[in-house]
Design a protein around this ligand. Structure first.
Ligand code: UDX
Ligand code: ADP
Length: 458
């Protein structure tokens, strides 16, 4: 039996610990956070994040072997634990050296120093946040310079869960990656974490590597995934100039087993807390290592993403007679993808900001993400109506833009919506989720991604 502590009760820490607690009733799991509101929410019926299946897992384990606590007595918590997962935020640095690109490690380092200050017995420290390569090594050095002679083993165990499918990804992962030092105590620490996951993950899916391979694999996995989206989005621009159809192209290339069918959905762009941050991080590391060509190669994945967002807005402006000033536009979706309340780096909010520059009159509609959108938009949120009901959001609008692939947006009564809108009525489907032909027949002018528009005028 082990005592497991997780520092940071966010999108990663909360769901991961809930699933560990569910499958390991023999272990005690405590999750702490300095944000008291977040902890109160984890202890209530209104969890702080929306994630399908999360509530069931939390209800099963909470109060049994899963506890959410504030960091009030962090010293006591650290001493209680044998295994400490560090799952604090590591945003892109906004100041000083590497600003806008390097990872900001202040939260991680603060946590490491807290562990150093309070720990009196040996601990395994698990790096769960995305961190630049060799951070674990630096942390290991900080921790093991302690004068009390306490043994710390730093292990990298990157998280591959995607939001919206976090519980499924944790319950049935493609793989679990555990990296550690090649020393006797490093190997023992890795084995302890392998045993932990082996409570529900088949052994052959648990990969062990050295520390740096593990850290780098996380950045590279996200860079490859984002690269697929930027590749298909780049081709969507070409499809719009020709008579090719991006969905037909994606299907045709995806049937090649070497390419595969996943992650080829053209869209208004990718968002989320990981892709941009991790690629920036990779680019920065390459530059630091004197590899400018490699850095530039990966930077292009981000450049195409920004291009795709800008192209979407430019298409709206151009189509709607070169002026959006004062025109009411309903934005369907604020979350960076479906099935999450998360709006970090959401393309929906990027589009929102650009449309405000055009002086459009915006209504933003989303089933779960409006609160986060309001916070992210800051002062700009005063200029936007936040509306839960899509019918109300579309009333009197000149256009609808689909920005998140929530499936219920494709199930709405579009005849009713059309009747309530200003005419000509436009739909810009930034996720290609609607039945375009049917909407065209109702009377809408339709602008998908990577397909010929369907319009009632030449
Ligand atoms: C990602 C990785 O998938 C996950 O393994 C890692 O641990 C964290 O980063 P996440 O950011 O939660 O997960 O979402 P993901 O499903 O990868 O989607 C990222 C963005 O790409 C979303 O904005 C999504 O809408 C967009 N996307 C995804 C597309 O535009 N087209 C696609 O085909 C797939
Ligand atoms: P992620 O998506 O990586 O899980 P989040 O921002 O959702 O990121 O979660 C990180 C959490 O870590 C936040 O709730 C934040 O309050 C918490 N946190 C950051 N630093 C500390 C710290 N030193 N002690 C306790 N909690 C921390």
């Amino acid at each position: 039996m082990s005592n497991i502590l997780c520092i940071g009760a966010g999108y990663v820490g909360g769901p991961t610990m809930a699933v560990i607690a569910k499958h390991c009733p023999q272990h005690m799991v405590r999750v702490i956070d300095m944000n008291t509101d977040r902890i109160a929410a984890w202890n209530s019926n209104q969890l702080p994040i929306y994630e399908p299946g999360l509530e069931e897992v939390v209800n099963l384990a909470r109060g049994r072997n899963l506890f959410f606590l504030t960091d009030e007595n962090i010293g006591e918590q650290i001493n209680w634990a044998d295994i400490i997962f560090v799952s604090v935020n590591t945003p892109t640095k906004s100041f000083g050296l590497g600003a806008g690109r390097a990872a900001d490690l202040q939260f991680w380092e603060k946590t490491a120093r807290q562990i150093l200050e309070y720990a009196t017995t040996p601990k395994i420290i698990i790096e769960k946040s995305t961190l630049p390569v060799r951070t674990a090594e630096a942390m290991s050095q900080i921790l093991n310079t302690n004068s009390r002679g306490v043994q710390f083993d730093v292990v990298s165990n990157p998280e591959f869960l995607a939001e919206g499918s976090a519980i499924k990804d944790l319950e049935d992962p493609d793989r679990v990656l555990i990296g550690g030092h090649n020393t006797p105590s490093g190997k023992k620490a890795v084995e302890t974490i392998v045993e932990l996951y082996a409570n529900w993950v088949p052994r052959e899916k648990i990969i062990t590597t050295n520390l740096w391979s593990s850290e780098l694999s996380k950045l590279v996995a996200n860079a490859f995934l984002a690269q697929r989206i930027s590749s298909i989005n780049a081709i969507s621009a070409l499809c719009e100039k020709t008579d090719a159809d991006i969905e037909e192209v994606a299907y045709a290339i995806g049937t090649d087993s070497r390419i595969g069918p996943h992650f080829l959905r053209a869209s208004v762009g990718f968002g989320g807390s990981c892709f941009k941050k991790d690629i920036l991080n990779l680019v920065y590391i390459c530059e630091q290592q004197g590899l400018p060509e490699v850095a530039e190669y990966w930077q292009q994945v981000l450049t195409i993403n920004e291009y795709q967002e800008a192209r979407f807005v430019a298409n709206m402006v151009h189509t709607m007679f070169n002026s959006l000033s004062g025109k009411r536009i309903a934005l369907f979706g604020a979350a960076f993808k479906a099935n999450t309340s998360d709006t970090r780096e959401s393309p929906a909010l990027a589009v929102c900001r650009e449309l405000l520059e055009e002086q459009a009159d915006l209504s933003l509609c989303d089933p779960y993400a409006l609160d986060n959108a309001r916070v992210d938009l800051g002062d700009l949120s005063e200029k936007i109506r936040f509306i839960l009901d899509p019918y109300q959001a579309a009333e009197g609008a000149h256009a609808i833009a689909i920005l998140t692939e929530w499936s219920y947006f494709s199930e709405l009564d579009y005849q009713r919506i059309y009747d309530s809108m200003a005419h000509p009525a436009f739909i810009f489907d930034g996720r290609n989720i609607l039945d375009h032909q049917k909407l065209f027949e109702i009377g809408f002018n339709i602008y998908p991604i990577g397909k010929t528009p369907l319009q009632h005028f030449a």
